[in-house]
Design a protein around this ligand. Sequence first.
Ligand SMILES: *[C@@H]1O[C@H](CO)[C@@H](O)[C@H](O)[C@H]1NC(C)=O
Length: 241
Amino acid sequence: MVKIASFITALCAGLAAATNVEPQPGPKPKNIGIALFKGWQPLDVFGPLDAFWGLGTGQPINVFLISEDGISAEVKGGMPFATNSNTSATVLTGYSYANPPELDVLLVPGGIGTRNEVAMAPVIQYVKDVYPSLQYIISVCTGASILARAGILDGKRATTNKRAWAFVTQFGQRVRWNPKARYVRDRNVWTTSGVSAGVDGVLGWIEYVWGSAVATGVENGMEWNRVGANGDKFGKLYGLW
Ligand SMILES: *[C@@H]1O[C@H](CO)[C@@H](O)[C@H](O)[C@H]1NC(C)=O
């Protein structure tokens, strides 16, 4: 009985999130950038930033915010919906695409700004230029459309926001899109589903790089109810499977 119970526990834990993952050998990434643009989704940025903050309490890392002008990036309230709500936020960045810090990892958020093809050109170019020098790249939500437009996802498995599925996947005709996953790793490219999935993907990435004890420490510090790579429900909600 005990054996069966522990087997079932192990099975459930395995489905919910990989457990007891051994840390990746080799040098740990240290410098993490977040590429911001006008119309970034708040949780896509601040969720992972909170996980990086927790990681930084125990591991030597640096996080840099990067934007086109090197000064700030705005998300405007309400857009594109017809509303007079005031829910805007502007973050100060300090690094530009033209003069970025040296990075090991780049996180690319999504957001309503990804719908503006013209405004996206600088961040797509930056991602394309920097990717060959990175250890890892991580996209959140519709940020996958930026990776796809930069050609990084060609021939790879990936996922994205399930509600914005048709919009994002049109940019990646040679991508093996997974409509079920919460997040997907293919080689050094991590793509996550919508908005909050960025935190699950980053926790999965932390587990992959630093091991399960470190990832669980960050998760518990955030009091985050973690969803594993296969635990997503939104593809079904939006009729993708
Ligand atoms: C948002 O701010 C504008 C400008 O100050 C104002 O006209 C509008 O009424 C505000 N919206 C709400 C919901 O209060």
